[in-house]
Design a protein around this ligand. Sequence first.
Ligand code: MN
Length: 705
Amino acid sequence: MQAAAAALFKDWSGYLKPEDISRLESAFQFSEQAHEGQFRQSGEPYVSHPLAVANILAQWHLDSQALTAALLHDVMEDTSVTKTEISRNFGKPVAELVDGVSKLDRIEFESHAEAQAENFRKMLLAMARDVRVILIKLADRLHNMRTLDAVTPDKRRRIARETLDIYAPIANRLGLNSIYQELEDLSLKHLYPDRHRVLAKAVKAARGNRREVVGKVLDAIKRKLKSAGVEAHALGREKHLHSIYRKMREKHLTFAQVQDVYGFRIIVNDVPSCYVALGALHGLYKPIPGKFKDYIAIPKSNGYQSLHTTLFGPFSTPIEVQIRTQEMHKIAEAGVASHWLYKDSDTSLSDLQKKTHQWLQSLLEIQSQSGDSAEFLEHLKVDLFPDAVYVFTPKGKILSLPRGATAVDFAYAVHTDIGNRCVAVKINQELMPLRTELKNGDRVEIITAAHAKPNPLWLNFVTTGKARSRIRHFLKTMHFQESAKLGERLLNQALAALGAAPAEIKEAQWDKFVRDAGAKARQEVLADIGLGKRLAAVVARRVLSRSEPGPHETPAPGSVIIRGSEGMAVQFASCCRPIPGDPIIGLISKGQGMVIHTHDCPVVAKARHDPERMLDVAWDPETRKLFEVSIKLVVANQRGVLAKVAAEIAEADSNIQNVAVDPEDGSSYTNMFFTIQVSNRLHLARIVRALRRIPEVVRLSRVKG
Ligand code: MN
């Protein structure tokens, strides 16, 4: 192994500095030690694989960090070496690259559906923040594909399928043309060995048959270009096997019917020469209508540029021709990697990154001058500047969400019902808060409950429009329904005050009122009453066709019964925190509905001048809900007194919602404020008695207002 490595290091020193090489040597030794005792299926020591992967990257002239990471790319997954250890020995950037590759290895590709494959490709690209991670991963896959003969047929097919669905398209998207073609051809070979063999044989035979024709056409082209004054390099080229296979399958053709197995490529010095060459060729052979494509004016989304045309050749064979500049050729062959491959010898890493960025930028500029730039941008963003996260459902489906999306966004993305009923989430098997931001590759499982409802607080953290609008819609509907219910009770009370029963109102009278009020339905009028936008007493008189009350006519007393379960339509004032047993007053405020205060609350005193807003209300003796109440304790400073108080509260079947402790400076006493849950005044009294029995408690009072 050492000898093979030494030979490669010598090769690489053609473009790397001596200090880079010595670092690579130590990375190789590190990797060899880590993989000690591990072997490939072929029987070779395992380290031969990372060495080969690094060598593939060296062919693209990648920087020494990427090569170091390639040598170490499997140590985190296959041995006990940690990221910290790599960072300590080879620096943080290398550790990040190795970690990035290892993360990609950990995702399992489960579903083979087309749409899933596309999402999976995006997920891989999004996870690899650094283009070099993808390049290492592609080199890794390329070497594994080249050595696939050694593994079992089952595994061979699985890996070949995955390569065809995921990795070859990624290489294509990044413009890594030669890797793309090799990955596809190797996949074809391992997926369909028979078809591959037959096709390879046919291509070889055709090559022999057509050699003479190809030679003649090539000569004719060269002569024509020369006479047109175009300095050009013209050569014949052969389509890769998988693209011939794909064409046969998609267009239901036999091999004999696929006529553009051969083509020609013409490389010129500058863009104007491309068009001159095109004109010359169209003068030599007639072009086939509809086959001309100008990828110079409108490049493909991976940056590919060329002119494509198909000509009627001699013996009526169609001839496919690509015309491009030297620069375009480099990008066509190596895509993203061409920036490493053709970089100046002494550029630093940050320059390299700048160059990559410039390349992407130039693609954007080219694109913005022509073509569908929105779609193009979208591709680039998803691929290389990720603003999306890709996560798994429990069934292994991949969902794409905007970056920053939370578990609640996920729930609504799956289904509105799941969102409306979600109560908890498991992320990667672990119970997490619903507000948790999702990360690429997370496996998300939403836990729902039949009677759960969306929480208004979710609006503070959801990021998707869908989740936001569905939550709002639900709350609005719920608010409306609850307000209508409350409005009905307020109206019934007002009717009773007039000595009437709800059944006495005639349908026609109701309909007229609804119409006159400009409302769509009776429910809307009731909701308005509940929300305080209409006064129940006024509506009651109108629907009964009674006149305005005389000065002596006072409404008979009657209370609206409060159960505490009215939801958002009835609120309990946070100033006085009423609990069942307290004498209470309802205050109607426009648009907000009813707020319940205690009789002695200062807010009520202020509202006395506006009696229309005040409502007699009473507790339903059957109320089962828990209510919050605030208490203040003054306690002697003693160790453990807070624990004692808390224990007594819990002992009395109450829950503590909030505690604040405010030590009086220099004093031997402390103020404690508790917000606790009680079912009614009796319950509170029981807690108060229990707390007073604690010797350290010197004073205790309920806090109101
Ligand atoms: Mn590997």
